[in-house]
Design a protein around this ligand. Structure first.
Ligand code: FAD
Length: 307
């Protein structure tokens, strides 16, 4: 692992650094570059701005790995409140939610996670929108796909996520690319062993293109989550080759990352969805984003010391 990445991830686990980041007024502004805020009001305000620019969004209430049933219930309630607000503010057509099963009880009991995700999916349906199940580390992939299959029996539009770095993913793409399916393809964000994942970035990119081909050749709605300029142009070329019109697939990027590119794509007629995290537990998310890219870190550290 890159030494700077190791350092930032270590800082992420350090309470003193956490307090400094949470309280320094300038750093709060930087946090706001990647995280929409802590409350439903905050994220609805950011959503309105992005939708006004022609973008769609997927909203993520931050919080992972709950082994506490009460905390899982609080996460469900946060999603239900959010969906109500999106509906009331006329935003639901352009704003869906992304849900991590670990945040709604997967580590405790798969059945509990399924029940909780079902409540969120039912509320999304009532509000006129959709949900996508985020994908987490490889030990949860089979469980997440089982829950997805169950949810899809009632709500066939529940979105799946597949990670190009996993060796299994091309097979998963072929299996998931049926009529009406919504599948987000990303590179993958967890530290995985070579027995299950490609470790060289070039191998991951090649896998991403193979998986993109499988999704574009299928009958579903592919969602290409990447900031990688090379992959964005390969997807544009492959979509043309498969006769896909803009709007029969979409690009996805994270809030605060390459915002100019998000607008360029949408202004050229492409469908673009921005993944927007919010909630009180923003710290771990922010540290992962900083660890991904040293340039972000330099910007962030300068802001902490007020320059
Ligand atoms: P990278 O290899 O990180 O970057 C490639 C290139 O993109 C860089 O060389 C640079 O040119 C450009 N770039 C990247 N970041 C920046 C930046 N900050 N500023 C300017 N240029 C930049 N992972 C999961 O494991 N599970 C999920 O459910 C999941 N959901 C996601 C949803 C969305 C919408 C997105 C965008 C990502 C999601 N991810 C998820 C994270 C994903 O797996 C990657 O870790 C993350 O997107 C970084 O990969 P990348 O494709 O952008 O390429």
């Amino acid at each position: 692992m890159h030494p700077l990445r190791t350092l930032i991830l270590a800082a992420g686990a350090n309470d003193a650094v956490r307090r400094l980041v949470a309280t320094a007024p300038v750093s709060r502004d930087v946090v706001r570059r990647f995280v929409a805020g802590e409350s439903t009001d905050d994220v609805v305000a950011v959503t309105s701005r992005l939708v006004a620019d022609g973008l769609s969004v997927s909203l993520d209430y931050l919080g992972e790995d709950t082994t506490d049933e009460v905390q899982a219930e609080q996460t469900v309630q946060a999603y239900l409140r959010l969906l109500d607000r999106l509906h009331a503010d006329g935003l639901a057509r352009h704003a869906e939610v992304s849900v991590k099963l670990s945040a709604v009880g997967q580590a405790l009991d798969e059945r509990l996670a399924l029940d909780n995700a079902s409540r969120i999916a039912a509320a999304a349906e009532q509000c006129g929108t959709t949900i996508t199940l985020d994908m987490e580390d490889h030990t949860t992939t089979d469980s997440t796909l089982r829950v997805l299959a169950e949810l899809r029996r009632t709500w066939p539009w529940v979105g799946a996520v597949v990670q190009a770095y996993l060796r299994r993913t091309l097979d998963d793409c072929v299996a998931l690319a049926g009529t009406g399916s919504r599948v987000r393809l990303c590179k993958g964000a967890y530290a995985e062993p070579p027995s299950v994942a490609f470790s060289h970035p070039h191998e991951v990119d090649l896998s991403y293109v193979r998986c993109a081909n499988a999704l574009l050749a299928g009958r579903g709605y592919p969602m290409f989550a990447t900031h990688d300029p090379r992959l964005v142009s390969v997807i544009a070329e492959r979509a043309l080759w498969y006769g896909r019109k803009p709007g029969s697939y979409e690009y996805q990027m994270l809030y605060g990352i390459r915002p100019d590119e998000q607008l360029r794509l949408v202004n050229s007629g492409e469908a673009v969805r921005v993944y927007v995290p919010y909630g009180e537990q923003w710290y771990g998310y922010l540290m992962r984003r900083l660890a991904e890219r040293p340039a972000n870190t330099a910007f962030f550290l300068r802001s902490l010391v007020g320059r």
